[in-house]
Design a protein around this ligand. Structure first.
Ligand code: WAQ
Ligand code: MG
Length: 272
């Protein structure tokens, strides 16, 4: 262990970014106790050099001590609905967002953003009433950062996610991010499709209904993908962006993970 990490008892933010010819290849981040920093750095580097997008010519690694205590929260409960393809996914998304009070113009705009193959680095922030874009840089979007999961919560989650998915790392990362996002009371819901051409499961998440996985949300082989956060009206955008980017949040408890249920079952359970 390097000297700067000795004799401290604190938490560290570890971030990795790998690129080839200035093109992003892979990235990872987390918040870790001192003892985990060294193994995590090794794991991140081996992940960077074995990525399917190619071998990077540059890997950026940053290790910083956290200057404030993180907020400790629970992961959102997880459920998977069965779904045949993009058309039924859109209908399902439409029903859930309507139920959460999102206006139809905003739903339409969100679907346009996530079913679009010009991908952004971050998420679009959308007003739930007026469909207005609220982030300062609409090409880039807002990147959620300063997130982590405790070692115990991670091993428990990994065990449970193994039962429902073959892509545990992907689901785990998305669930950690979605749980931080939903924890902000001004953010009503999140909608996500991976921009990875071969990853066709997306999700819609909210404090109200948890993390709802939607298989076959897009067809394999397309570059479609993106993330949208639905914001209440008249909120303080600067403080929401500060929360998403900078406030450290760690998952320390794991909520329920359910079996697959049908879309009808899900919809009737939420509309009563
Ligand atoms: N903050 C905000 N937006 C992000 C971030 C971030 N840290 N990382 C990615 N995005 C946005 C960006 O617009 C990408 O184009 C889009 O999300 C998709 O990113 O349970 O892998 O990393 O099986 O491709 C969902 C798992 C996986 C569902 C999502 O997203 C499940 C995924 P990707
Ligand atoms: Mg991706």
């Amino acid at each position: 262990m390097s000297d700067i990490l000795k004799d401290r008892n604190n938490l560290y933010s570890v971030k990795m970014r790998a690129s080839l010819n200035n093109r992003h290849i892979s990235g990872a981040e987390g918040i870790f106790i001192r003892e985990r920093v060294d193994p995590v750095v090794r794991r991140y580097i081996s992940r960077a050099i074995s990525h399917s997008k190619g071998c990077p010519d540059s890997i950026n690694l940053s290790i910083r001590e956290l200057k404030e205590d993180p907020q400790y929260i629970s992961s959102l409960p997880v459920v998977t609905v069965n779904n045949k393809g993009p058309v039924s996914a859109r209908n399902f998304i439409w029903e859930v967002l309507c139920d959460l009070g999102v206006a139809q113009t905003s739903i339409k705009e969100a679907l346009r953003i996530i079913y679009n193959d010009e991908s952004m680095r971050g998420a679009a922030l959308l007003g739930m009433e007026g469909a207005e874009r609220l982030e300062p840089d609409r090409e880039r979007g807002v990147r959620v950062s300063s997130i982590g999961i405790t070692e115990n919560a991670e091993s428990l989650l990994r065990r449970q996610l193994t039962e429902i998915s073959g892509a545990v790392d992907t689901v785990l990362e998305a669930l950690v991010l979605a749980s931080k996002v939903a924890n902000n009371s001004s953010i009503i819901a999140e909608l996500c499709i991976s921009d990875d051409p071969d990853y066709t499961t997306g999700y819609i998440s909210s404090t109200e209904y948890g993390y709802v996985r939607i298989p076959n949300i897009k067809c394999a082989g397309t570059d479609e993908g993106g993330r949208v956060f639905f914001l209440e009206d008249n909120v303080d955008i600067v403080s929401i962006i500060d929360y998403l980017e900078k406030v450290p949040v760690m998952i320390s408890d794991v909520s329920n993970i359910c079996e697959v249920i049908s879309q009808n079952e899900f919809i009737s359970s939420i509309t009563g």
